[in-house]
Design a binder for this molecule. Structure first.
Ligand code: DC
Length: 223
């Protein structure tokens, strides 16, 4: 059974997808991490990411592989484990830019489909239900209000403490910019697949969202 979870930055996709995969004994595949690794490659190689031709040339020399170690996804870039550095804000913003380019998407979509062909996966991203796995058994479109998404991210950065209001509004501004870029790009924009179930996580706990997805999955399997 393959489950696709799409949605904007900070909606809780990775937390929810990880928990869903654990409960089902499936493999969790974080496709955003692959775009982040590609962005990191461009940063390492000092490629100007606003130059599409330069990024498309450089993406050929990025060897990105995924390994699951003790159930956790690790991303390797040209042989080195780059997982710990991928969550930086700078890398996320650069990933949003390089993910607009066709050659980057082609390489990574191929890798994502190969993973889903081998295992039962819970895969999260922006185009999983629309492009990568159009025949997924269950598709979820997970959203939350921009302020809530910014607050969650700010709390994470402050180690769970209440963050200062200026910090939240700064992150909210970044999130809105990233949504705009992800939703308006020409290739595979962030859009809800017609057959995806919309879930707004703003006023729900992680457990409530996971339960909802697990019960939809059970329904689809005919349990
Ligand atoms: O989910 P994330 O924040 O780790 O994703 C980083 C960026 O990668 C996001 O802004 C857009 C891009 N992305 C994409 O275009 N398609 C995906 N399937 C996943 C991520």
């Amino acid at each position: 059974m393959n489950i696709a979870i799409d949605g904007p930055a900070g909606a809780g996709k990775s937390t929810i997808a990880k928990k869903t995969a654990e409960a089902l004994g499936s493999i969790y595949v974080d496709t955003g991490a692959m775009y982040r690794a590609m962005a990191m490659h461009m940063i390492n190689e000092k490629v100007d990411i606003s130059d599409q031709a330069a990024v498309e040339r450089a993406c050929v020399s990025a060897d990105i592989t995924i390994r699951h170690i003790d159930g956790a996804q690790h991303v390797f870039l040209n042989g080195g484990d780059v997982t710990p550095g991928l969550r930086a804000e700078e890398v996320g913003n650069a990933a949003s830019t390089v993910s607009k380019y066709g050659a980057v998407r082609e390489r990574l979509v191929e890798l994502q489909r190969a993973l889903a062909a081998e295992e039962d996966v819970v895969m999260d991203g922006r185009d999983i239900g629309t492009v990568v796995l159009p025949d997924a058994d269950l598709k979820i479109f997970l959203t939350a209000r921009p302020y809530v998404r910014a607050l969650r991210r700010a709390k994470e950065l402050c180690g769970g403490e209440v963050p200062p209001e200026e910090m939240v509004s700064g992150i909210e501004e970044e999130i809105r910019k990233r949504d705009e870029q992800d939703m308006t790009r020409e290739i595979s924009p962030l859009v809800r697949a017609d057959d995806a179930v919309p879930v707004d996580s703003s006023d729900l706990s992680i457990e409530e969202v996971t339960e909802k997805i697990l019960s939809l999955a059970a329904e689809r399997r005919g349990d």
